[in-house]
Design a binder for this molecule. Structure first.
Ligand code: WQD
Length: 339
């Protein structure tokens, strides 16, 4: 299949491009580079020996998407990764989050459907689930928009509603929403990985920067949660497993709308992740207990059985694989792509 990856030079997009190319598919990247680097396209070529053309522009702009199709099409499928995704930032900038995360979907659907794509895969999130009583989350767990805590998660759930309604009037098209839990890790080559701008909001890249000496100490946001060791639990999934889940979703796509959780189903706490990272580097890391972060849940993790049944996909990499691969990426790229 020939696939357009909107946001394809980003963290998950780049790993998915590698997985697609290694599975014998073709990939074209569309990215405005506002949260990544054009270097990623070269690294993808280095890993796979194949070039994935990069179209620089905004996926929310119909003319840019049209240019991608006219210069590099036809495409069998579109995968839409292009979104703002920082929960905290979305609380400060709701209009930017709703505009960017919805307008990009509208533009990609308008142009993609006009060009006859057969399949559309959407990057969604496990943060669309709104009731912790439903843990472990299956795909049918409660998703009440008004109960979600932030514009980022709400924009993702709104996207899913749009996608279902659009698919209903395009019955021959497959639309798949992949609900990611906590993507972490890096390709085994160490050539691509997570490279957040500024101080990382997320735990794993923050720990990696402490380990490489760019940050002074890890802040553990609360150790008084109702969890076995008191610290927050998340369902961390290796980005390579996640990328392979996208390939499986495309290869198994059937006309209709479907949503799948992409996670391991295994909750891991903050202290367990840090301990795993310390095993990977062979030394202790400086850490301190800090106040809870507003909006954080004690625990979130999924029941991944539906993806295994329907897609024949199951996450196989462990938290020790994740921390080992992050450390390999960070050591080789202490300043990230531009470093
Ligand atoms: C994980 C745990 C924190 C930082 C992220 C993305 C969100 C979504 C899901 C895609 C929590 C604790 C964190 C730190 C800490 N991704 N923590 N010290 O909040 O689950 O959300 O994944 O949809 O977009 O933001 O991930 O890595 O921020 O936090 O103790 O410096 O680590 O309290 O328990 P989160 P996170």
């Amino acid at each position: 299949m020939r696939v357009l990856l909107a946001g394809g030079a980003g963290y998950i997009g780049a790993h998915t491009a590698v997985a697609l190319l290694e599975a014998g598919h073709e990939a074209v990247l569309l990215d405005n580079l506002d949260n990544t680097s054009a270097v990623v396209a070269q690294r993808i070529a280095q890993i796979t020996g194949t070039t994935a053309p990069l179209v620089v522009g905004d996926a929310a702009d119909d003319e840019v998407v049209e240019r991608a199709f006219s210069e590099h099409g036809p495409f069998d499928a579109v995968i839409h990764f292009a979104a703002h995704k920082a929960v905290g930032e979305s609380m400060q900038k709701p209009l930017e989050y709703y505009a960017n995360n919805l307008d990009s979907t509208f533009a990609l659907l308008r142009v993609g459907l006009a060009h006859g794509i057969r399949s559309f895969v959407f990057s969604s999130t496990g943060t669309v689930y709104s009731d912790p009583a439903d843990l472990p989350f299956t795909e049918e767990a409660t998703r009440n928009l008004v109960d979600l805590s932030n514009p980022y998660s709400k924009s993702k759930l709104m996207n899913e509603v749009v996608l279902q309604d659009v698919q209903a009037v395009n019955p021959d098209v497959s639309i798949t929403s992949l609900r990611y839990f906590n993507p972490v890790g890096a390709h085994a080559s160490g050539l691509i990985g997570e490279d957040p701008q500024g101080i990382p909001n997320n735990l794993m890249p923050f720990v990696a920067r402490v380990a490489v000496g760019r940050l002074e100490a890890i802040n553990v946001f609360g150790d008084d949660y109702d969890t076995p060791d008191g610290t927050g639990q998340r369902d961390y999934i290796h980005v390579v497993d996640l990328a392979e889940g996208h390939v499986a979703a495309l290869e198994k796509a059937k006309p209709g709308f479907a949503a799948y959780n992409l996670g391991t189903g295994r909750p891991v706490s903050v202290l367990e992740l840090i301990a795993s990272f310390e095993r990977a580097i062979g030394r202790e890391l400086p850490k301190r207990i800090a106040p809870r972060r507003p909006g954080d849940l004690a625990a979130t993790y999924c029941d991944p059985a539906k993806a295994e049944r329907a897609l024949g996909w199951k996450a196989r990499l462990t938290i020790d694989d994740m921390t080992r691969d992050v450390w390999h990426w960070q050591q080789g790229n202490p300043g990230g792509y531009e470093g």
